[in-house]
Design a protein around this ligand. Sequence first.
Ligand code: S3P
Length: 178
Amino acid sequence: MESCRRILLVGFMGSGKSTVGSLLAARLGWAFFDFDAEIERHAGLSVEEIFRTLGEAHFRDLEARVGRTLLETDRAVLASGGGWPAPGRMATLDRDTLSVWLGVSPETALARTRLDGRARPLLQGADGLAKARRLLSARASSYGRAHLHLDTEATSPEELAERIHEHLEAADRNLSKR
Ligand code: S3P
């Protein structure tokens, strides 16, 4: 890739994109932006309220718009929402964006999202695990287009941030040798 100007974290709900993203941004001295937080700021509503009162299609429009703006930011770590990559968006990323897939099982995703205090409209109800399995399998090929894949089941957020940082430094070293 060209010299990296931004890092985009993708992955399922509960994969740790926001936690890892803010740790990584702090290490790099870069800004951190979370797609959902920016959507909430623009809309003046929580993601849960947007889904409930305006519908998922409206949320997806906002997400697409916010994503386009954030993906033009330099020296930034970005945490996308879990659904952002799925409609073929990974292929639209600029060459100077390093993409990282944080992998998580549906079971762990469900457990983490039930603890983190942020409502996930798509995983509500007694059949949350079945929903997580279905969504994750539909999205895996999109997530899989990321440059770097890291499993989050047995690795701490700090270590994940360190691995991404190391990957970036190695890529920069290779570029400067050319
Ligand atoms: C969604 C993921 C959520 C949020 C919304 C929809 C999805 O973000 O954007 O609830 O479709 O996977 P996180 O991945 O940050 O939980």
